[in-house]
Design a protein around this ligand. Structure first.
Ligand code: C2E
Ligand code: MG
Ligand code: MG
Length: 551
């Protein structure tokens, strides 16, 4: 027999053996018949026997002849791992004489090669298995999800699918509640449950601890979302071993123009983040507009570090005036990001920085800048006014916040009465306690605080009752438009808020004062401090210094 042909036969047989359960029997027979023609045998069988030699673990048979004369059957055994033995049985051709020595030698050689090839196939299969499966849940993994996406993209059928990134809600707490081993069971059963009713081409992959990536047919989207809303998962044998699992999800209905799995993963992760950061949304759909927002966000985050280092973030000052004599009584420091001579207003970048603690760097940068300026005014014989600096609620988790602030003031020897810290109201209880601690702490050092934008959020009266703010900054929405009925109610409320603040010994300042009607209204309600475009817009430092010197 020619060498190449022989190797082909061996490889063919090995391949068929390893995929026997998926290949049509007729096909198997064909390959074995080919091999048999050269090697003169009638059939081939492979079994795997366990350590006791009894129970059959796997058995494949090609062309087992009927009425076999057992004495002429040849068996070849190979030990595998864990006491398993692979047994190859070769059946003679019908009516064949005894195997001669030469035929037996070939057969021996053939089966040995076949077994080796078979082993190699198993190794490849094992390697493939671990490449595409998560060892803990035995479900598929990220690599599998990614390759399926690419496969569907290449075959131009990706628009039949929806990709979903799933994050189990509160899984950390569930671990504490029922223990990690029960949680492992929940994970597996949950994934089994998600897969129920899906077809073979659909994917439920685990991509990290409690996160999954799904690729499902569009017509199954509603069914899956229903399961994600809330599912009861049984993890034990008792009737009450049940937990209710719900999940947040980022959803992307794929279209033909998706380019690679990278885009899909990026898109569903972004959508998932939106859902995770939202109080109301459990599911969030990826859409190109929010993709623009993501691009914008990435741009600002990356550029921010550089902007701080290069001092491209400027501190503007907006004067505060007394409504009794229109004298300058203070200022608010506001950030302006200047890129190529273009001024980017804080509303474009503050919310992005506020998603991380980068906002804290900005606030301290502004405080540092303000203190440096006050130091320089004092040195040049100019009497400073009190400057307020906005501090994000993000700072509240900093246990050293008060000390950190005091340190900046002291570095520039700024008398503490010249700085005011503006904090916005909060409805979160944990924040509320921290807020109280900070305001008390600052007051001990002689630094006053103000509630910014009072009336914007869900203002709580206990906030101004329990936290010793010195100043209440009334949000511009209170002034409203005098022609609108709803604003009538706003103004009625403003009146009461001002009188309450006055009764509590707090100072009141109105923001967004744009015209004399506003001034009139404030005076009628006994609010005598204001900040707004009627007097000045926020101005660069040099311009503010001129205003300061004139006063
Ligand atoms: P805010 O602290 O309430 O600042 C007042 C905002 O109202 C400023 O907007 C100011 O320009 C604007 N304003 C002042 N007078 C008028 C007026 O008469 N009419 C109208 N329509 N608006 C007026 P700006 O500078 O765009 O700042 C927006 C917000 O960004 C600030 O609101 C503050 O919450 C935040 N912010 C600005 N700089 C910083 C900062 O350095 N750190 C932090 N944490 N937040 C900052
Ligand atoms: Mg403010
Ligand atoms: Mg404000």
């Amino acid at each position: 027999m020619k060498k190449e042909f022989y190797e082909d036969v061996v490889m063919n047989c090995a391949e068929l053996l390893s995929r026997a359960h998926t290949v049509e029997a007729e096909e198997n027979k064909e390959a074995v018949r080919e091999a048999g023609k050269e090697l003169h045998f009638g059939g081939l069988e492979m079994k795997r026997l366990d350590a006791e030699g009894k129970s059959v673990i796997q058995s494949i048979c090609f062309m087992k002849p009927e009425n076999v004369d057992r004495s002429r059957v040849k068996e070849f055994c190979y030990k595998e791992e864990d006491g398993v033995t692979a047994v190859y049985t070769v059946y003679p051709l019908a009516g064949q004489d005894e195997w001669n020595e030469r035929a037996l030698k070939w057969l021996n050689f053939f089966v040995m090669q076949l077994h080796e090839a078979n082993e190699r196939q198993n190794l490849v299969q094992d390697a493939n298995y671990y490449r595409y499966h998560d060892p803990q849940t035995k479900h598929t993994n990220m690599a599998y999800f990614s390759e399926c996406c690419d496969f569907y993209i290449k075959n131009k059928i990706v628009d039949r699918y929806t990709a979903i990134s799933v994050n189990l809600s509160d899984f950390t707490n569930l671990n504490l509640l029922i223990g990690s081993s029960n949680c492992d069971t929940v994970l597996i059963r949950y994934m089994d449950w998600l897969k129920e009713g899906l077809e073979d081409d659909e994917v439920v992959s685990r991509i990290s601890g409690d996160q999954f990536a799904l690729l499902i047919r569009k017509e199954h989207e509603e069914m899956i979302l229903e399961k994600l809303r809330s599912s009861d998962i049984v993890y034990g044998t008792h009737t009450n071993d049940v937990v209710t699992v719900s999940a947040e999800a980022g959803i992307y209905r794929l279209s033909k123009d998706v380019e690679s799995h990278h885009n899909i993963i990026q898109a569903i992760s972004n959508a998932l983040n939106v859902a995770k950061n939202s109080v109301q949304l459990q599911f969030s759909y990826y859409d190109p507009l929010s993709a623009d927002a993501t691009e914008k966000k990435k741009f600002y985050e990356e550029a921010f570090e550089k902007a701080l280092a290069n001092e491209n973030i400027h501190v503007f000052f907006q004067p505060k005036v007394s409504l009794k004599d229109y004298d300058l009584i203070g200022a608010e420091a506001l950030s302006r990001w200047i890129v190529n001579d273009e001024v980017i207003p804080p509303d474009s970048f503050i919310p992005i920085l506020e998603e991380t603690t980068r906002i804290c760097e900005l606030d301290f940068y502004v405080l540092d800048h303000v203190c440096k300026s006050i130091h320089s005014w004092i040195r040049h014989g100019v009497k400073p006014v009190k400057v307020s600096v906005n501090f994000s609620r993000r700072h509240l988790s900093n246990k050293n916040l008060v000390q950190d602030i005091v340190q900046v003031l002291d570095k520039y020897e700024v008398p503490h009465q010249y700085i005011e810290i503006e904090l916005t109201e909060t409805t979160i209880d944990a924040d509320f306690e921290a807020l109280k601690r900070v305001v008390y702490g600052l007051r001990e050092y002689g630094i006053e605080s103000s509630v910014d934008d009072f009336g914007m959020g869900y203002s709580s009266l206990s906030l101004i009752r329990d936290v010793p703010f010195k100043v209440l900054k009334i949000d511009k929405s209170f002034l409203g438009d005098k022609n609108m009925e709803s604003d009538e109610r706003q103004r009625a409320m403003m009146k009461h808020v001002i009188s309450m603040a006055n009764d509590l010994g707090m100072e009141c300042i109105a923001e967004g004062v744009e015209n004399m009607e506003h001034v009139q209204l404030l005076k009628e309600n006994k609010c005598y401090m204001a900040q707004g475009f009627l007097f000045n817009k926020p101005v660069p430092q040099e311009e503010f210094e001129e205003i300061l010197m004139q006063s």
